[in-house]
Write a protein that binds this ligand. Structure first.
Ligand SMILES: [Zn+2]
Length: 302
């Protein structure tokens, strides 16, 4: 088997009906590198010290690290952005799919000292499919155009909601178990024109299968009618800028403002919105950075 053929075969195994096309809009798409698919890397579990900062795992694209600020920190800035930290000094830092090779982290201390470190953020090889066909965009219909601005406003308002939760401290659990039918970061290129990278991990499952919360959190969006692309959509904020988004649900059992616990039944798998089969799409964000839930949740243990 040639390597090109093997890659094509691998792609065929991973992209199956049930992969979703809906991507909650994000910043403009970067031109991808053409790479072979690789399995999601295992997070490096060993804690490390970077100068006066401590991280629970090494930074990598599409992941988060939990850190500890130096004693006496009064302000924390990561790549020019103020980042919250808990009274015990713990914080979350995330690195999006296309994050730069380095991240600059700065602590301003009570005694006037400023501590700055550069974090190396290694690249990941995302699953890229090159298609010869030109992408065909259907004309958005009048109903879509009428409804979409209101849906985006709801998503943006939910993401701006500040919540108090310690869910970010927990080791994530899988919200549903089943075959992985779509990988975070995967991307199709249509005759050289890149489509939007897949913004989450897809878990295939039957309509009605339970969805539980992967960590403690507060519900910031629970769609009462299906959104045009996302269908029944649920967002749970785990605190410190980290949230989980679930798409295509058939049922949502919680409402906005509810505090949920890790493992609590919150929804059911469905086939609503733009999807080609029943599955759960689980996306995560840290502030504006899209995060891959798969390595954080670890092996599914089916
Ligand atoms: Zn998906």
């Amino acid at each position: 088997m040639t390597s090109a053929f093997r890659i094509a075969a691998l792609g065929a195994m991973i992209i199956m009906p049930g992969s979703c096309n809906a991507n909650v809009p994000n910043k403009p798409v970067a031109k991808p590198a053409i790479t072979a698919p690789k399995p999601a890397p295992k997070p490096v579990a060993a804690p490390l010290s970077i100068g006066a900062f401590k991280l629970n795992r090494a930074p990598i694209q599409g992941s988060i690290s939990l850190g500890t600020v130096p004693p006496g920190t009064k302000r924390l800035v990561v790549s020019g952005q103020d980042v919250s930290f808990a009274p015990d000094g713990r914080f979350v830092v995330g690195f999006g799919r296309d994050h730069d090779a380095t991240s600059v982290i700065t602590a301003f201390l009570d005694d006037g000292r400023v501590v700055t470190e550069r974090l190396a953020v290694p690249k990941r090889a995302w699953k890229i499919e090159n298609l010869k066909t030109v992408r065909r965009f259907g004309q958005p219909d009048a109903e879509f155009q009428a409804r979409r601005p209101g849906e985006l406003a709801q998503i943006n308002a939910a993401r701006r909601t500040e919540v108090t939760s310690d869910g970010w401290r927990q080791r994530l659990i899988w919200p549903a178990k089943g075959r992985i039918s779509g990988l975070f970061g995967s991307q199709r290129i249509y005759a050289g024109e890149p489509g939007a990278p897949h913004s989450g991990v897809d878990v295939a499952g039957p309509i009605g299968a339970p969805v539980v919360s992967p960590a403690d959190g507060v519900v910031t969006l629970a769609a009462t009618t299906p959104f045009t692309l996302e269908g029944y959509l649920l967002i749970i904020d785990h605190g410190m800028g980290l949230d989980s988004t679930f798409l295509h649900l058939s049922k949502i059992h919680v409402k906005v403002g509810d505090m949920v616990r890790q493992g609590q039944l919150v929804a059911a798998i469905g086939n609503t919105g733009r999807t080609s089969g029943p599955h759960l799409h689980w996306g995560m964000k840290w502030n504006q950075e899209r995060i891959d839930p798969q390595p954080l949740a670890g092996p599914m243990g089916l």
